[in-house]
Design a protein. Sequence first.
Length: 426
Amino acid sequence: MKNKNAIQSVKGVKDILPETAPQWRRVEDSAMEIFDLYNFQEIRVPIFEKTDVFKRSIGETSDIVEKEMYTFTDRGGESLTLRPEGTAPVVRAYIEHKLYNPPGVKKLFYMGPMFRAERPQAGRFRQFHQIGAEVFGSDDPAVDAEMIIMVMDLFIELNIKSLKIKLNSLGCPNCRPSYREALYNFLKERIGSLCDLCNARIEKNPLRALDCKSPGCQAVAAEAPTIDKYWCDDCRAHLDSVRKPLLDLELPVVMDLKLARGLDYYTRTAFEVVSEKLGAQNSVAGGGRYDSLVEQFGGPPTPAMGFALGVERLISLFGESEVNEIEDDAPDIYIVTMNHEAQMKAFELSHRLRSYGYKVERGFGGGSIKSQMRKADRSQSRFTLIIGEDELAKDAATLRDMVSGEQKEAPFNELIDILDEDFGSV
Ligand code: HAM
């Protein structure tokens, strides 16, 4: 039964406990390796920003800005927001630190918590974690394709299957306005079937109705005109060049002409990686091109492309996959001490052992040899080092092999050599 007086975590916010933390490290380490192979550099941006950073980029009509931001006024009266995503802060930092100098392509990645006040449900949290990447300074469709391939490399490395890449182009300032108008006219005639929120926002951004999860809007969206008839030649060519290498590599890419994404900054390429195993919140990664955002933020005109994946959703796909089985992390050596002097000796020995790379656990709190050996057993350490009066007198510990049960004398000054030999033979 839950203790009513005990303080509990906030709804939609999760602890990552020691038993799952290794899975997180596995994802983060694999992502780092892959980013390195693709020559990306890490950027760490703050967890909160001025509210305008998000309002001006994600868009006033997006669900995030409209109803999901954790915004507060700080003591100085400034409006701040916990980051709901990473792209806007990275763009802000790119401009603030003039990362466009020297001119060229800048490839950045980031990892960390994001915050959205969504209704919590399976796969949807209020604090969740993203691993994301952004490339600035090139409008080459090869960048888009390479980023999608890079995301898929991570899934392959983690042995995650049954994925689909949904791809679309949201057009550019040349061709999107005519699609927008056609979509708006279509939606206006069906206004009674749309949800209140879409009713209020289709004038400003009719594309939002395509991304809305309410059943009425989804039914209308299913019949709505698609963007492909409105693409200009350049957008069409760009999309073809993104798609071709994905098809050549036999990646599971499908066109989804209704894919609008939940953020307003996209131009041209938009994509999502979805898994049929995830239920309603099926998108595990998403991204696209945002060629106007840097300029909109006051930077030099800079085309850009990026994506982010949700770590919680990714880990929920780990399943029984052997590749993701976490290695045994029991200590190499457990030190049992029989008196105060032995405890003091254990400081020196454990320090030395750790400096040689051995993972050492010490028994704390004393107790009989029997109870300490029980603790050593429970720790599943490979060896136990016992230090008592006799051992101190002989300047040699008793080293017990916890698998065979054999014991031997290990002189303190030869301990490392003995262990190196023993570990070499296990
Ligand atoms: P997003 O599609 O909003 O895109 O989020 C990316 C991923 O974050 C989603 O596919 C999902 O896995 C995860 N995610 C989003 N919201 C939640 C939530 N409430 N709980 C759990 N996981 C969630 C972006 O954030 C863009 N910044 C991606 C991007 C980068 N576009 C260009 N560059």
